[in-house]
Design a binder for this molecule. Structure first.
Ligand code: TXE
Length: 454
């Protein structure tokens, strides 16, 4: 397997994929190691995670550079991702005790009752490339704290980062027979589906997620899916500071080159502020610095995958055919690397794929609406259900819209954000189950009910 730098198209490294036999061996070693890990007191398991947390900071320069080289993320955003991952780890360090402790239900009755939380066993963590640290720590940190063995399959586009993660976990004291990386593409992931694992925790596309759910259903083990989105943002006509709303919406649309699961993917603007919003949005988008992602001033780097260029081109062409007006961008830069500049289409409508299927790039459609009711109807017109954002100075009016969203997350005057203390969950085609918050701690354990007499 070749690791390619998307900014230069140069091969960074050739790396061997794991064969199904090698993956089976890794599984067998976890089978042996996991019971001893589960017997290690929770506090000691957390101590290893504290060391990992410190190592991420100690090595941040190397880790950020590797991440930028293999996925094309602007360097400053790689540093931000590491910081964000550390914040999430800190949450797990501080809160796992409380949610994994034995829970007495009745202590004084003749029959005493308690709940004990036991690990699931050995889980698969099949991961995406767009935020390998963030989406990784959502799973492998609480899984390890909960006493599980982890088969960690980083995306083939973030393999070197996956190898760093494994190295640092070992350095932090996680035993080798408790955490194993699986190197490879979809076939390596497929091999995990054939093994008798005790849970499947997947982050990635709807298509693969659904395939995994279908192919593991007969095992009757937990399956969690964090999938894509087509997240809307609605600008009401009472917003006062159009400048800062446009700034936030633009950042939500293009951060990480638009490759975020909760990226702003479509914007609806009330007709009273539509023209002002577009002028401000486009003039800001024009100023974004696109170029070498290793340069700290760069705001837009290359897309991570070459195929995405054609995909985005099709969306732009389709939008133009359906009445869209292209105000900025519209095609890849004619140079080496997978660079696609910020692209803005106005006069958007729901006949366009740009407004209905996940773009996963710095391409955005903006549609005019006449009132909140029309906005709500359009925002809900999607098979996805990850997030939805509303900008308004009136909380009641915004709340009325937020209540009608069938999404796991809603935002008022903010967007494209994830918080460790809140559940991260998608509805409909955006996923199943939740990570983060206390739910994301409990997701990796199973309850045992004790009925005690005597
Ligand atoms: O997904 P893919 P990608 C979403 C994001 C977008 C997608 C991008 O919105 O839709 O993820 O990630 C492995 N059996 N989110 O392109 O291609 C594959 O090797 C088993 C949502 O990476 O589905 C990789 O490791 N595994 C989000 C992983 O699946 C298989 C946060 C994902 O690959 C396999 C981040 C198979 N048959 C991104 N085929 C959220 N909601 O939180 C492939 N894989």
């Amino acid at each position: 397997m070749q690791i390619i730098n998307p900014a230069t198209e140069e091969v960074i490294q050739d790396i061997a994929e794991d064969s199904p036999e090698a993956i089976l061996k890794k599984f067998q070693s976890l089978k042996e190691g996991q019971p001893s890990w589960a017997a290690v007191p929770l506090k000691k398991r957390i101590t290893c995670i504290e060391r990992f947390y410190a190592l991420l900071d100690e090595e941040k320069d190397t880790l950020s550079k590797t991440l930028t080289m293999e996925v094309g993320k602007p360097l400053q955003q790689s540093y931000n991702e590491l910081n964000g991952a550390r914040k999430r780890i800190e949450y797990f360090i501080k809160n796992s005790d409380r949610w994994l402790a034995d829970e007495w239900i009745t202590e004084e009755d003749a029959t005493r009752e308690k709940i004990v939380y036991e690990p699931l066993g050995i889980i698969a963590n099949i991961s995406a490339w767009n935020y390998p640290y963030l989406v990784g720590v959502n799973v492998f940190i609480p899984a390890l704290i909960g006493g599980n063995g982890v088969m960690y399959k980083p995306s083939e586009y973030a393999t070197l980062t996956g190898l760093h993660i494994q190295r640092l976990l070992y350095q932090a004291g996680i035993p080798e027979d408790v955490f194993q990386i699986v190197i490879g593409k979809g076939m390596a992931g497929q091999a995990l589906l054939e093994l008798p694992l005790n849970g499947y925790f997947f982050t990635g596309s709807y298509r693969t997620g659904r395939y995994i759910a279908e192919h593991t259903a007969s095992k009757l083990v937990p399956v969690q899916l964090e999938l894509g989105g087509k997240d809307p943002l609605y600008v009401m006509d009472d917003v006062e500071d159009i400048d800062s709303v446009a700034e936030a919406a633009l950042e939500g649309a293009v951060y990480n080159n638009g490759q975020s699961c909760c990226a702003v993917e479509r914007i609806y603007v009330h007709e009273n502020v539509y023209d002002r919003f577009i002028d401000t949005f486009v003039s800001k988008a024009k100023k974004l610095a696109i170029g070498n992602p290793l340069d700290k001033a760069t705001e837009i780097g290359p897309l991570s995958r070459k195929e995405q260029i054609d995909f985005l081109m099709q969306q732009v062409d389709d939008a133009k055919e359906n009445g869209g007006k292209l105000l900025l961008g519209g095609g890849p830069l004619q140079q080496s690397g997978y660079f696609f500049p910020p692209t803005v289409v106005v006069n958007a409508n729901h006949k366009m794929k740009l407004m209905t299927e996940e773009s996963f790039g710095p391409v955005i459609g903006i549609q005019k609406v006449k009132d909140d009711q029309e906005a709500v109807q359009l925002m809900k017109d999607t098979p996805y259900g990850l997030t939805a954002a509303v900008y308004s100075k009136d909380f009641k009016r915004a709340e009325d819209v937020m209540k009608q969203m069938d999404t796991g997350t809603v935002y008022w005057n903010c967007c494209d954000r994830v918080s460790a203390g809140l559940p991260w969950s998608g509805r409909k085609s955006s996923g199943l189950g939740a990570t983060l918050s206390y739910m994301g701690i409990r997701a990796f354990v199973q309850p045992k009910a004790y009925h005690l007499r005597g």
